[in-house]
Ligand binder design. Structure first.
Ligand code: MGD
Ligand code: MGD
Ligand code: MO
Length: 674
């Protein structure tokens, strides 16, 4: 037996924490995986899911060889083929589509890995050169992200570690304990030092349980709450007039709008007691430093963009940005100077401007006969499970005339519809380099073990396809390590530190907007956005009601939200037995009054339905649910659900006000006992 070695890696998953981990390797096998104690943000601790990453890697159902469909689409029957045969045939078929109309080819990918190499390098080069349709990657964060861009100038904000020094923390639209555990550490440190924690979330989450106060507003009413807070800041003069005068734009107009929102009006819209709003405003107006951890849970509704803009105005009004422990953090990803032009090579489009297809409406896009998609290459995503309005998504994927290639680690719901299913490597088996949307460090992931079976990295697959299609630019021969090196221009990050310790921190000011200097066109926090106005939109934020507001329909009287389950990561890990055992089965949390009105007892099988479809699962009468709102915790694999559906059978393809995002949490349903 050789002595064990330790390999530094990075968690690839779509989570703000982006942990640094250490894999212990013995005789070519990963025997232990732990959080890196040397990385301050990870602090040696991993979440339950990723501490099971070896179980996921060694899973008996890992895909180990390329396969070709046998039998009808969707039943998931495949026969093994060689890599050469698969790649030759795929290249040949894509070549035919390319010569007719390359825009009939569509890549579909998201953040199955957040790695810059396996997620947005060789793949993008390949599709740019091909002239394929472009994909608008909106499924998660564009509503809030673009909204923040209009107000603050980008995905920028507080440094996460300084939350530990705040005296008031609003956790707004986030279940931090489940989905941002390493932020929660800082929030707890603050609380131990006397800070007050307020959770703003329709669901009484495990995070809400541990906060000092929980404001259980109705889904999609966050802007109304934010305006009522502004109203109180104004009438009590809890404003930082100097900061407003020097570092904001559009104050007079915003003031006028906010004055239309007395707490009583917001209380009626939000469905919460007026006193709660008044007390929150007082706390926010009189506590220093005050920090807001905004998160994407609040922007998956029609008015999500406007709500994010309204909330992003608050710190400037009270001058919270003056201190390093004050301000707001939605995402830190805009702080990383990634050289995307070098990684993705948009110049390979050579002046062509292919159409763009919104990934959040893939159901409609696949069923569109006027502008057909003939070939789909899916990687780092499981759209059949995660995209809204699954009835349509499934109908699209089931088209016999659609040529579908899926690169995957497992046979997901999407993989079942593949013509070719290609085995992908995991994070223990490939190179990558990572930024983060919750902290400000760059991480390097070295492969710890050899790929299982014939698994190959995404970048390898696109390199091989490029070669077969005769793409002979030198950039198509860059190997994965070279791709890692091209993510940042020379001198931008400390490469030596990155290689030695697995991470390197960006050099950033502690309180980035203490003296203004926002990355907006005006350099100010733009309450009023001339850019939005020029697009024909409201230049000021507003409360934009849901497409399907709670209480607006007698036929479908319940609002359904479908936030992530703690032990899954979107639809990843659902197939890891030890984690699935904790989650049990697909559940619908419902308040006892809503259950009683329908004759539903705890644990009963129920039908959840609306005009888009029906989903059966078990009901749990739960103190986590408020009256009028039910929770279908996601995102289960359809094939593991009761009748082969999950919550997305009910969600709609309607989009957000800003950012063309999905509206998963803007969804009315009715529930019936079986
Ligand atoms: N364990 C785990 N961690 C994850 C994920 C996972 O699936 N599982 N997913 C990862 C991904 S992809 C992302 S984008 C991030 C998501 O990170 P967050 O955006 O922080 O998502 P959640 O923590 O699920 O928080 C969503 C919360 O928003 C609440 N919510 C729903 N509608 C509204 C609303 O209208 N207003 C307000 N105020 N709150 C609302 C939900 O009840 C839920 O508790 O987490 C990442 N981390
Ligand atoms: N109802 C409802 N629906 C939602 C949400 C919700 O809250 N409610 N959340 C939405 C959000 S925030 C998001 S981000 C999306 C997420 O949706 P997706 O981005 O599709 O995320 P996952 O479901 O985790 O699927 C990622 C897949 O990538 C695969 N993968 C991982 N690494 C690699 C790799 O290196 N190579 C290849 N080829 N494959 C790899 C994994 O095995 C996994 O099957 O879902 C959205 N859908
Ligand atoms: Mo996400």
């Amino acid at each position: 037996m050789n002595s064990p070695t330790q390999v530094l890696g990075a968690c690839p998953h779509d989570c703000p924490d982006t942990c640094s981990f250490v894999t212990t390797v013995q005789d070519g096998r990963a025997v232990k995986l732990q959080g890196n104690p040397g990385h301050p943000h990870t602090a040696g601790a991993l979440c339950t899911k990723v501490s099971r990453y070896i179980e996921r890697n060694e899973h008996p159902e890992r895909l180990l060889q390329p396969m070709k469909r046998v039998g009808p689409k969707g039943i998931g029957r495949f026969a093994p083929v060689s890599w050469n045969a698969a790649l030759d045939d795929i290249a040949q078929q894509l070549g035919v589509f390319k010569s007719n109309n390359p825009e009939a080819i569509l890549p579909y990918s998201y953040a199955g890995t957040m790695g810059l190499v396996q997620g947005e390098s060789m793949d993008r080069r390949f599709f740019h050169k091909l002239g394929a349709s472009l994909l608008d990657r909106t499924i998660c964060s564009t509503a809030g992200g673009e909204a923040l861009g209009f107000t603050l100038g980008g995905k920028v904000g507080m440094r996460v570690q300084f939350f530990a020094e705040a005296k008031l923390i609003l956790i707004w639209g986030s279940n931090s304990i489940a989905s941002n555990l390493h932020f929660w550490r800082h929030a707890q440190a603050a609380r131990r030092a006397g800070a007050r924690l307020v959770c703003i979330d329709p669901r009484r989450t495990e995070t809400a349980d541990k906060c000092d106060e929980h404001i259980a507003l109705l889904p999609g009413t966050d802007a109304a709450l934010a305006f009522a807070l502004m109203h109180e800041l104004i009438v009590h003069d809890w404003l930082d007039h100097d900061y407003i005068a020097r570092h904001t734009l559009g104050w007079e107009q915003l003031r006028e709008r906010a004055l239309q929102w007395p707490p009583s009006r917001a209380a009626a819209v939000c469905g919460v007691p007026e006193e709660q709003i008044v007390a929150l405003a007082r706390a926010y107006g009189t506590t220093r430093p005050a920090a807001i951890r905004l998160n994407y849970g609040m922007q998956r509704v029609r008015g999500g963009g406007n709500a994010a803009r309204a909330i992003a105005c608050l710190p400037a009004l009270v001058g919270a940005w003056r201190e390093r422990a004050g301000g707001l953090l939605l995402s830190s990803s805009g702080l990383f100077p990634v050289d995307r032009a070098a990684l993705q090579r948009p110049d390979l489009l050579a002046g062509r401007r292919p159409r763009t297809i919104n990934m959040s409406t893939i159901g409609d896009a696949l069923l569109d006969q006027a502008n057909p998609i003939h070939a789909l290459i899916v990687y780092n995503s499981n759209p059949v499970a995660v995209a809204p309005d699954s009835g349509k998504v499934v109908a699209g994927f089931a088209r016999e005339d659609l040529f579908t290639v899926v690169l995957e680690q497992f046979q997901t719901d999407t993989a079942d519809y593949a013509d070719y299913l290609l085995p992908a490597t995991t994070q223990l088996e490939h190179w990558d380099i990572h930024t983060s949307y919750g902290h400000t460090d760059v991480l390097l992931n070295r492969p710890a073990v050899a790929p299982r079976g014939e698994a190959r990295s995404n970048a390898w697959v696109f390199r091989e396809l490029a070669r077969r299609m005769g793409f002979d630019e030198p950039c198509f021969s860059d190997d994965d390590e070279t791709l890692c090196r091209s993510a940042f221009a020379p001198g931008v990050i400390d490469v030596e530190a990155l290689q030695a310790q697995g991470f390197t921190s960006l050099k950033l000011p502690e309180a980035p907007y203490a003296d203004g200097g926002f990355p907006t066109p005006s350099g100010r926090c733009e309450f009023f956005s001339a850019r939005l106005a020029a697009m024909g939109q409201d230049g000021l934020p507003d409360h934009v009601p849901n497409h399907e507001p709670a209480g607006s329909s007698t036929e479908f009287p319940l609002a359904m939200i479908s936030p992530p389950a703690r032990n899954f990561l979107n639809s990843s890990f659902v197939n890891v037995k030890s984690l699935r055992a904790i989650e049990g089965e697909p559940l619908l949390e419902i308040h006892e009054s809503d259950a009683a009105a329908r004759g539903i007892v705890d644990g009963a099988m129920v039908r959840v339905f609306n005009r888009r479809g029906e989903h059966r699962c078990r009901a749990e009468i739960s103190r986590r649910a408020r009256p009028g709102v039910v929770h279908g915790l996601g995102i289960w694999w359809r094939k593991l659900g009761v009748d082969g559906t999950n919550v997305n059978q009910l969600t709609s393809q309607l989009l957000t006000d800003i950012g063309r995002g999905p509206t998963f949490y803007d969804c009315l349903v009715e529930v019936a006992a079986e």
